[in-house]
Design a protein around this ligand. Structure first.
Ligand SMILES: [Zn+2]
Ligand SMILES: [Zn+2]
Length: 313
């Protein structure tokens, strides 16, 4: 099949979908077939995405159901708007982070130790970027909507790959509430138990950056002219993940630039193929295949805005 051979030479890892011991071979094969049938009915705008053999669409008489769990959200879709529950979780998340930072500052003032908490805060900012990359890689590649705890995040990120532009229309608390909830549950016990200014400095900055990573991510999808100038300046300075760096995450081969805080780890992780090595370890130890090996896959290929609106009824 031309679809498989097209990427076969370019990305040798894809050839693993022919390993006979693979438990998910049938599933990934079905996905590829579906991606052919859904796209072959429409003109392909990007020659990189798929090569469809001319006679292939004649083999399919009835179109199969859409592979993706949800349809493209409309501009005023309620799923993009914040609820009071979203706002409450963001408020508790912010309060939790503020308590951590305040405790760090009070303890630093009392003990006159400032350098260590400030250095710890900087390390927290650096580690938050790494954490965002590992988490993003995990939910992009493993599990599905039925996975406990992470299911809704996995589904949301799959939807994000198909309709990346919707993140710019998503309201603030709607975008942040999932991470705010995680931060509340993990940081609140530390707020109560820990009184060390250095530990609180690291935890406060790190958890704050992780909670706001979805906002930094949304800004990375913005257009320069529409973003607030200070945000553009921070992106250009490398303090926040840049638009060009994150743009590469949404282009083939869909297996790089996972970090969404500052993006400082992206080059290091991608150059040393850290995630690809982890994927190999998980595959050979547990037999689990990451989604990124199954490309081209309609789940990850971006639909253009016009295209999405055409498919919405
Ligand atoms: Zn992603
Ligand atoms: Zn994105």
């Amino acid at each position: 099949m031309a679809i498989l051979s097209h990427h076969h030479n370019k990305y040798p890892l894809r050839s693993l979908q022919h390993v006979p011991t693979c438990h998910h071979q049938r599933r990934s094969h079905t996905r590829v077939t579906c991606s052919v049938t859904t796209t072959s009915t429409k003109p392909s705008s990007n020659p990189d995405q798929l090569i469809v053999e001319p006679g292939l669409d004649r083999l399919v008489s009835t179109p199969p159901p859409l592979v993706t769990p949800t349809s493209s959200p409309l501009l005023n879709d309620p799923s993009l708007q914040s609820t009071w529950s979203h706002r409450a979780w963001v408020a508790t998340g912010c309060t939790t982070v503020m308590i951590s930072l305040a405790k760090s500052m009070v303890a630093a003032a009392n003990s006159h130790i400032w350098l260590e908490p400030m250095l710890a805060g900087y390390i927290g900012y650096i580690l938050a970027d790494l954490g965002s990359g590992v988490y993003h890689w995990g939910i992009d590649n493993y599990g599905d909507a039925s996975t406990p705890i992470f299911g809704s995040q996995i589904e949301a990120f799959q939807g994000h790959h198909k309709w990346p532009w919707t993140i710019t229309r998503r309201q603030f608390a709607n975008n942040l509430h999932s991470l705010a909830r995680v931060i509340t549950f993990t940081v609140l016990p530390l707020d109560i138990l820990c009184h060390d200014p250095t530990v609180q400095g690291l935890v406060g900055v790190c958890s704050g950056c992780i909670m706001f990573s979805q906002q930094f991510h949304a800004w990375a999808h913005g257009t320069k002219s529409k973003l607030p100038p200070p945000v553009v300046a921070l992106q250009d300075a490398g303090v926040l993940v840049s638009r060009s760096q994150h743009g590469a995450h949404h282009r083939p081969p869909y297996n790089n630039n996972y970090c969404i805080v500052s993006g400082i780890w992206n080059e290091i992780l991608d150059k040393h193929k850290v995630f690809e090595a982890l994927e190999m370890v998980l595959f050979f130890k547990l037999g689990v295949r990451p989604r990124s090996w199954s490309e081209p896959n309609s789940d990850w290929i971006e639909e253009t805005e016009t295209h999405s609106q055409v498919t919405v009824h």
